[in-house]
Design a binder for this molecule. Structure first.
Ligand SMILES: [Zn+2]
Ligand SMILES: [Zn+2]
Ligand SMILES: [Zn+2]
Length: 106
């Protein structure tokens, strides 16, 4: 009878471990954004949220006139990140959490 109780206890412990394990996996940090939920925008990589003005091709002038879109600054706000130089992490969808595929609803 004592052995039977130990057997039940063992099964209970194994079930507990298996129930907790996926939950721990789910709460791991996303490897892409390191838990920040945002990654550096690749459109303006190294430009700090700006891109070459598409109207004047980054020259700042059209003919002798200053470009109307960038006012001669040669750069405009990045359309992908709106000048923040960061975009929502595509891997975790901005949650900052990692884990196995499918558990985050994506
Ligand atoms: Zn321009
Ligand atoms: Zn950008
Ligand atoms: Zn991420």
């Amino acid at each position: 009878m004592r052995f039977f109780l130990l057997y039940i206890l063992a099964i209970f412990l194994i079930l507990t471990v298996f129930t907790i394990a996926p939950a721990m996996d789910y709460s791991t940090t996303c490897t892409e954004c390191h838990g920040k939920g945002k990654v550096t925008c690749r459109t303006c990589w190294g430009m700090g949220g700006q891109v070459d003005c598409p109207k004047c091709d980054g020259k700042g002038r059209i003919g002798n006139e200053y470009c109307s879109q960038c006012s001669g600054t040669k750069y405009v706000k990045c359309p992908d990140c709106h000048g923040t130089a960061k975009v929502t992490c595509p891997k975790c969808g901005g949650s900052g959490k990692g884990g196995p595929c499918g558990t985050s609803g994506r």
